[in-house]
Design a binder for this molecule. Structure first.
Ligand SMILES: O=CCCCC(=O)O
Length: 474
């Protein structure tokens, strides 16, 4: 069975799930398509009200949701609770603001008549989501698309089936019509079949570059729209005049949150030479205070990684980096613990031909660079195949924002930790993918922006130019 819940703290197999059949997929496609026909003519306010109910149901069942995610993929319980609450906030934000954003918009035009853009649903959307934020990743796509009127089929990661099913159940119990979000334990061939199906109009993926390529290739073949949220090697730039207390407080959090398994983790710290030694020392001190343990225990501050395979892969990457000349400033030792813990590690002296310079390290490993000028910091930040997020710490926030403007990523935070809220667009450039989730942009990802121009009668005199037959017939 491909889909399993294995607790990465105890290594116990908690639950196994049967793979979805092709018939189940067909039923979901048909149900979704029929629901789309209903959504098309339904008042959007009804779905906004249902999204409020989804938020309420998530809060009602928040303890169960949080514990399930922690047991299944290892994140600290407090982090799981935060993720669950963010899901409720996202559902509420679209419920409160989305209907207004989807109202028809008038366009000023010289055309004869009144021109409007109407925002309409397009059909079933295939959603492929990862294990690292097993609920929030669903909600980022579900809330806007449900409001728009696009039913969804979910394929979640093979190691977070319990979380996926629980969120789908909660959404259904909140009163949404069956088929609004159908979770299925699909394989990749079935996902490709779904994308190819004429009832499906788009695919949203958060995940690996490999997954992104595969989804985009299939979608391209069938001319379906996609959004891709892929990896990141986010830079964290520390300028000489930065407040080092703030830097020290944010740096460890930006790397260790979710056991470092976040596309927007700060993975490359780019530090001016005059504050470099202090930066390294304070990062070491903070890493040294982290306590590995049961992620359900509130005293634990370092969570296990999500699987044995993930931990082994990260260890291989660190070994390769060291073999290519990286210095270990801290960590890279084993804990005498059964769970999939990886000791927080600091790597320095990374040359540009070191694999760690261009490969995402998806776990608690910080790569730290020393630079001698702001220009070098910006050049290094941009010397990456990825372009997702970033952080700049500067004495002057306006100057920090000028630096931020020069960084080739989709999001940069100045003098702050990076965070996600429904009103803020989320997404990247380069190999981090394309499209945006959340915000108004996320709401519009899979809508038909339909132009309707109404006139009482044709008025050939008032068309100044354009692609029309102007000749008169005898
Ligand atoms: O791993 C990527 C998920 C995005 C988490 C975030 O919003 O920062």
């Amino acid at each position: 069975m491909a889909y399993q819940t294995v607790n990465p703290y105890t290594n116990e197999v908690v639950k196994e799930y049967s793979d979805a059949t092709n018939q189940q997929l067909e039923d979901a496609l048909q149900k979704g398509h029929e629901l789309y026909q209903k959504f098309k003519v339904q008042d959007i306010k009804e779905r906004a009200e249902l999204l409020h109910q989804v938020a309420a149901k998530i809060r009602e069942r928040s303890d169960e949701l949080a514990r399930t995610a922690t047991i299944e993929m290892g994140k600290l319980l407090a982090e799981a609770e935060g993720e669950v609450e963010l899901c409720a906030i996202i559902a509420e934000w679209y419920a409160d603001n989305g209907a207004e954003m989807l109202m028809p918009e008038k366009i000023e035009t010289g055309a004869n008549g009144i021109a409007e853009v109407h925002y309409q649903s397009t059909g079933v959307i295939m959603m492929v989501e990862p294990w690292n934020f097993p609920y929030y990743q669903i909600m980022r796509v579900f809330a806007p698309n449900f409001l728009v009127g696009n039913p969804m089929i979910l394929k979640h990661a093979s190691n977070t089936p319990s979380s996926a099913q629980l969120m789908a159940d909660v959404i259904l119990e909140a009163g949404t019509p069956e088929g609004s979000l159908k979770n299925l334990f699909l394989n990749y061939d079935q996902v490709a079949d779904a994308i190819a199906d004429p009832r499906v109009q788009g695919a949203a993926l958060t995940g690996s570059e490999r997954g992104g390529k595969s989804i985009a290739t299939t979608a391209g073949e069938h001319l379906k729209q996609t959004t891709l949220e892929l990896g990141g090697m986010d830079p964290f730039i520390v300028l000489s005049d930065a407040n080092m207390d703030h830097v020290a407080d944010i740096a460890w959090r930006s790397r260790i949150y979710n056991a470092g398994q976040e596309c927007t983790s700060s993975k490359r710290f780019i530090v001016m030479e005059d504050v470099y030694d202090e930066f390294i020392q304070r990062l070491k001190d903070n890493f040294n205070k982290l306590k590995p343990g049961d992620p359900l225990d509130p005293e634990t501050t370092l969570a296990p990684m999500n699987t044995k395979e993930a931990k082994e892969e990260l260890q291989e990457q660190v070994d390769e980096a060291v073999a290519a000349g990286a210095q270990v400033a801290y960590g890279n030792e084993s804990y005498d613990l059964e769970g999939q813990f990886f000791m927080p590690t600091i790597l320095t002296d990374i040359n540009r031909d070191n694999p760690a310079h261009t490969t995402e390290l998806f776990g608690p490993v910080a790569v730290v660079y020393k630079v001698t000028s702001e220009e070098e910091a910006i050049e290094l930040a941009n010397d990456s195949p990825y372009g997702l997020g970033g952080i700049v710490f500067a004495g002057d926030a306006d100057h920090g924002a000028e630096v931020a403007a020069k960084i080739e990523t989709g999001m940069v935070f100045v003098n702050n930790i990076r965070y996600s809220l429904p009103e803020l667009p989320f997404g990247g450039v380069k190999r981090s993918g394309y499209g945006r989730e959340m915000s108004r942009t996320g709401l519009m990802a899979f809508v038909n922006e339909k132009l309707i121009i109404k006139a009482d009668e044709p008025d050939m005199e008032n068309i100044a130019g354009g692609l029309i037959a102007t000749q008169d017939l005898e």
